[in-house]
Design a protein around this ligand. Structure first.
Ligand SMILES: Nc1nc2[nH]c(O)nc2c(=O)[nH]1
Length: 289
């Protein structure tokens, strides 16, 4: 008995070192093993299925792309909305719904020649108007407007082919966005912007490019709370970076597997149930660990 305790303690110490966390018992270790086994079983292929069939944010972007019918404008709007997606006054899902249903076509309708320079000028003004009157993103309005103004010169100059190049090199896009916003590459809004840009680019360029392993998980309250089930303290980002390399799924795709299912949306639950049984059971097991 004593020997087993000693072996267990050694395993716990080792895992704490590797994951940079503080786990206290064998139960925590068993949960991490189950987490890794399920994620390995899911892989990037299932993450893609969940993104495209369960994540409401993906559906809202699909709707917006269709109604806008201007891909450069679409991609830039998604980037703007993502960089101010923090400290929301509602859930992420409702916020993206509100964004996708706004009459962005005004930007195009007020521009007789469909001249892209004019579209770009109107885009930032219209976005600030939308944000200032939004229901789901009321906090820190001035700070968020400053962020929009900071990114404007960079974003304004990007052509659709620049955006396509960035889709093929999302690490570079992450670095450039962080530089423009003068913030950390791993900050929630920077990595989350890449997630939403990846979704939107998949629709525009009709090609699935997996997220790079180097881009970290967006550390929001849902992910933070979930991570506490495996470790009370420690660094959330390091924890998921290590899990990611062990299971072979980039952190942003792990976020997709977990984030929607961890929310309380009835719509999400319906879409989850419509997945094939094995996939549904794996997700259910994950979120109840
Ligand atoms: N980790 C994540 N945080 C988010 N916030 C938000 O609005 N959407 C997300 C998301 O997809 N993942």
């Amino acid at each position: 008995m004593k020997n087993t305790d000693k072996t267990d303690n050694n395993r716990i110490t080792n895992i704490n070192k590797v994951y940079n966390i503080e786990i206290n018992s064998m139960d925590d270790i068993n949960n991490i093993n189950i987490l890794k086994t399920i994620l390995k079983g899911l892989g990037i292929k299932s993450a893609k299925i969940i993104e495209e069939n369960v994540d409401l944010q993906y559906r809202y972007l699909e709707n917006l792309q269709k109604t806008l019918n201007n891909d450069e404008l679409f991609l830039k709007l998604v980037i703007l909305n993502a960089i101010v997606s923090y400290q929301l006054s509602t859930t992420g899902e409702k916020w993206w719904k509100e964004f996708s249903e706004y009459p962005w076509n005004n930007i195009l309708n007020n521009n007789n020649n469909n001249d892209n320079r004019n579209i770009n000028n109107n885009l930032f003004k219209e976005y600030i108007l939308f944000l200032s009157n939004s229901k789901g993103n009321k906090r820190l309005n001035n700070v968020k407007i400053k962020r929009i103004n900071k990114i404007t010169p960079f974003l304004k100059d990007l052509s659709i082919s620049d955006l396509e190049n960035y889709y093929h090199n999302m690490n570079k896009f992450r670095d450039d966005i962080a530089k423009e916003l003068n913030t950390k590459k791993s900050s929630k809004t920077v990595v989350f912007t890449i997630k939403m840009f990846g979704y939107a680019s998949r629709m525009v360029f009709k090609k699935f490019i997996p997220y790079p392993f180097e881009i970290e998980i967006p550390k929001d309250s849902r992910i933070e709370k979930y991570t506490k089930r495996f470790a009370n303290n420690g660094d959330v980002i390091t924890f998921w970076n290590n899990i990611s390399s062990e299971v072979g799924i980039p952190p942003l795709h792990i976020d997709s597997i977990l984030w929607s299912a961890l929310g309380n949306s009835k719509d999400v639950k319906i879409h989850l149930k419509s997945l094939d049984n094995k996939l549904y059971n794996m997700i259910e097991t994950l979120i109840h660990l």
